[in-house]
Ligand binder design. Structure first.
Ligand SMILES: [Zn+2]
Length: 128
């Protein structure tokens, strides 16, 4: 079995698949539950490692460790980034339909100019 230095408390422990010792792992698990509840209760809040550690009165390194270990990607931040990307998608679609409207208006204007020109031309030619 390999000996690993815990990346949080620098304690040397026997690796069991993680890079944090059992004590830190336990602390991170507890923190993760708190973070998850906090994010669930504050779905609209913009958060980062800084605001989370302050709001939860937790060590910023512990919060960062959760992020590093992908804990926060899996659920909370996935949901948040989904929300973010659907908002971007909506904005893109809005822009697209605006562009389509502009394009339609432009081609309409072009068409009427053309037909007006043709009419004018044919009127002239008829008069000649
Ligand atoms: Zn540790």
């Amino acid at each position: 079995m390999a000996l690993v230095t815990c990346k949080l408390c620098r304690k040397i422990f026997t690796a069991a698949g993680g890079r944090t010792c059992p004590a830190c792992k336990k602390r991170l698990d507890d923190l993760y539950m708190k973070v998850r509840d906090f994010l669930r209760d504050n779905p609209k809040m913009e958060f980062n490692v800084d605001t989370l550690s302050t709001s939860l009165d937790a060590d910023i390194r512990d919060v960062q460790a959760l992020v590093d270990m992908g804990y926060l990607d899996r659920e909370s931040t996935v949901n948040l980034s989904n929300e973010e990307s659907s908002r971007q998608k909506l904005a893109l679609e809005l822009e697209k339909s605006l562009n389509e409207m502009k394009a339609a208006a432009a081609s309409q204007a072009q068409k009427s100019t053309v037909s007006y020109g043709q009419q004018l031309y044919s009127d002239k030619s008829r008069r000649r």
